[in-house]
Design a protein. Structure first.
Length: 296
């Protein structure tokens, strides 16, 4: 939901659960495809894209989930398309930014069919974002994800849907991402399609002037920047550094990215799950002319 605290700082809902669409009329700022797949589908994307590779027992699970649809892939695409269309309508003609799948493989490990995805020694810094999109083992799943976006934007007429590309390690990967999307009929600029960079790696912030020519704007994830700048696991209960909203290294990264986007005349949004617990960070952002944050 959208909230205003006493300082005048506003928080915009980060949609992770499609059930929220039924519970809230607030403008939705960002949709996570990872979150939608987990909550609305509940089956690993590889199992949907390549059902015949599963055991007979798991194939039956997927087919039952697909119900009367002609194929699991059609069920997957139609279900997610409908959710995005509903979210785009609630955005009330404002941009609805859709973050493409960028979670690490551990995030999907509990989903039926996860055995089709290779185990990684260190998923947090493994195949994620663009490196995963470009991997041949992921290609069919990526194609389905793109089909969802295409149907939601064109077939349903929701041109306010924009894309956010996660985990872009290098400028070469930025170019790869744009090329891969174009191959699937999602050409940046065509029919007004805007593509943004999820600024979540220190390299994204430090080299934002090099990354921005490939994108229409930035979405700065303060939590992720902190995670990789400080080398910590956000899920580890003892590592609460992200609650220290005075960390100068993280603030300098955010400041540099904000300034670069401003100089380039491009859109810049900020995301943080911990913003409610960080009044000093709120004050710092306000001082840097950031008046709203996409939160949860």
């Amino acid at each position: 939901m959208t909230n205003n605290n006493q300082s005048g700082f506003s928080f915009t809902e980060l949609l992770l659960d499609p059930a929220q669409l039924e519970q809230s009329t607030a403008t939705i700022g960002l949709v996570s495809m990872d979150g939608l797949i987990n909550s609305a589908i509940g089956i690993h994307p590889y199992a949907v894209a390549e059902t015949t590779k599963l055991t007979e027992q798991l194939q039956q699970v997927v087919l039952e989930a697909a119900g009367d649809y002609e194929s699991p892939a059609e069920w997957y695409v139609t279900t997610l398309t409908n959710i995005l269309v509903e979210a785009a309508k609630k955005a009330d003609d404002k941009p609805l930014r859709v973050r493409l799948s960028g979670a690490d493989s551990h995030y999907r490990r509990t989903l039926p069919g996860s055995e089709l995805e290779a185990m990684e020694v260190n998923p947090l810094i493994g195949l994620r974002g663009v490196s995963r999109f470009a991997d041949l083992s992921h290609r069919k799943s990526f194609n389905l994800e793109c089909e969802v976006i295409k149907r939601a934007r064109s077939s349903e007429g929701m041109a306010n849907i924009e894309l956010v590309v996660p985990f872009v390690r290098t400028c070469s990967e930025a170019a790869t991402a744009i090329d891969l999307l174009a191959e699937q009929g999602l050409c940046r600029g065509a029919n007004g399609l805007k593509v943004h960079l999820m600024c979540e790696l220190p390299a994204n912030a430090l080299m934002s002037d090099k990354f921005l020519p490939y994108f229409d704007g930035l979405v700065i994830d303060i939590d992720q920047l902190g995670q990789f700048a400080l080398g910590l696991d956000q899920e580890h209960e003892s590592l609460n550094y992200l609650h220290d909203d005075q960390n100068e290294a993280v603030l300098q990264l955010v400041k540099h990215a904000l300034k670069t986007a401003e100089n380039a005349g491009k859109v810049c949004e900020v995301v943080s799950h911990y913003i409610h617990k960080a009044p000093k960070l709120q004050k710092w952002l306000l001082e840097h002319e950031v008046k709203s944050v996409i939160s949860q």
